[in-house]
Design a protein around this ligand. Structure first.
Ligand code: CP
Ligand code: NVA
Length: 313
């Protein structure tokens, strides 16, 4: 696999085989870490990762920071607020050219996907999307690793995403379809996933021979689900719409009744942070079916695979 000169902005840019490579390597790194508490048989990475955050984070920051350190590299945390991007309005292009002279890679969490594209355009080092308005690819690599661990496979499974057709939903549509899974999105009419992204995913689904369904009907959408997934109704940046969103999504809580429409051995995933009592009830997220903390753990393992793939000489 050759990832030289490439960036990880969206899973659209990666083949089924490349995604599988990340998952396999993530699995290997997880095993090594469990056995040795590190990677004693690998050459240390000895490179720095700039971690730029325009929005808050717990998992992405900590998993990347711990991950690069465990590989023998170094993290440098850069809050947008404290950089000249915001301080003096330095452009993403100039910022990327400067950072390319110091670092081995950039991970960025931003509001607009365009900011990532601008960083990538001028960067001579890999730029990794740590979440933007449209995508959250690193989350989905961890999700796929988690599903494969619990179900033993991906191909042929049905994942049902319940809630807002947001960044996480978009990346799930792409990643799951590329891995041969059927995807059903259960959401209110006005909160369907982006039309252009859906169209592109439909083309992939056609090639892969998988199904993609978008419906507002919970019982039929969730039927036969192997995986039930939800995310917040109010993503970072959507706070002004809080009141209206709480009303519109109130029937889309993943509760015991909703899980009853899925297969009896279905697993529950959530990228976290969870808003208990809103998109998911305690009884579901704390149930035996829930694998949300394995999922959160796998952020670190699967991202270490990404860091090695993109940053190793
Ligand atoms: N799932 C996820 O990206 O979590 P954080 O916002 O805490 O990074
Ligand atoms: N959709 C959420 C994901 C948080 C990890 C957001 O963008 O805020």
């Amino acid at each position: 696999m050759d990832f030289k000169g490439r960036h990880l902005l969206t899973l659209f840019d990666f083949t089924t085989e490349e995604i599988k490579y990340f998952l396999d390597l993530g699995g290997e790194l997880k095993k090594e870490f469990k056995e040795h508490g590190g990677h004693p048989n690998r050459e240390p990475l000895k490179k720095s990762l700039g971690m730029m955050f325009e929005k808050t984070s717990t998992r992405t920051r900590v998993s990347f920071e711990a991950g690069i350190w465990e590989l023998g590299g170094q993290p440098i945390f850069l809050s947008f607020r404290d950089t000249q991007l915001v301080g003096t309005g330095e452009t993403p292009g100039d910022t990327a050219q400067v950072l390319s002279r110091y670092l081995g890679g950039i991970m960025a969490r931003v509001y607009k996907h365009k900011t990532l594209q601008d960083l990538a355009k001028y960067s001579t080092i890999p730029v990794i999307n740590g979440l933007c308005n449209l995508y959250h690819p690193c989350q989905i690599l961890a999700d796929l690793q988690t599903i494969r661990e619990h179900k033993g496979k991906l191909k042929g499974l049905k994942l049902v995403y319940v809630g807002d057709g947001n960044n996480v939903c978009h990346s799930l549509l792409i990643g799951c379809t590329k891995m041969g899974m059927d995807v059903s999105v259960v959401c209110p009419d006005d909160y369907r996933p982006d039309e252009k992204i859906t169209k592109k995913v439909l083309e992939i689904a056609k090639k892969m021979g998988t199904k993609l369904e978008i419906t507002k009907d919970i019982p039929s959408g969730v039927k036969n689900a192997d995986v039930v997934y939800t995310d917040t109704w109010i993503s970072m940046g959507d706070e002004a719409q809080k009141e209206i969103r709480l009303k519109i999504f109130k029937d889309y809580t993943v509760n015991k009744e909703l899980m009853g429409h899925a297969k009896s051995d279905a697993i529950f995933l959530h990228c976290l942070p969870a808003h208990r009592g809103y998109e998911v009830t305690d009884e579901v997220i704390d149930s035996k079916q829930s694998v949300v903390f394995d999922e959160a753990e796998n952020r670190k393992h699967s991202q270490k695979a990404v860091l090695l793939a993109f940053m190793k000489d």
